[in-house]
Design a protein around this ligand. Structure first.
Ligand SMILES: [Zn+2]
Length: 95
């Protein structure tokens, strides 16, 4: 219960290239509870490294997926929207 996160100072990684924007010397690295974190100050890319030392993107993965899904949804809705105004005019026939 009394465990507090151990966060090291952020340091630039000399010579490191951002996996997202390919800018060199923009990656900062620190660790939280011995979990390595990286963040790019140029584009905001951030990831952590898992136990195998593999990159685990923090935001890019999920955000790209959700935005792609939303774009598809918007197109479907737009197509379905057109018939609606015509349907509304039908009840206007005089009795
Ligand atoms: Zn970057």
């Amino acid at each position: 219960m009394s465990e507090e996160p151990v966060i090291t100072k952020r340091r630039f990684i000399a010579g490191a290239v951002c996996p997202a924007c390919s800018e060199p010397d923009k990656l900062m690295m620190w660790s939280e509870n011995d979990v390595p974190h990286r963040e790019c100050v140029a584009c905001g890319y951030a990831d952590t490294l898992n136990e195998q030392g593999l990159s685990v993107p923090k935001e890019l993965g999920t955000r790209v997926n959700t935005s792609a899904l939303k774009a598809v949804d918007a197109k479907v809705q737009a197509v379905q929207f057109f018939p609606n105004p015509k349907l509304k005019k039908k009840p206007d026939e005089p009795q």
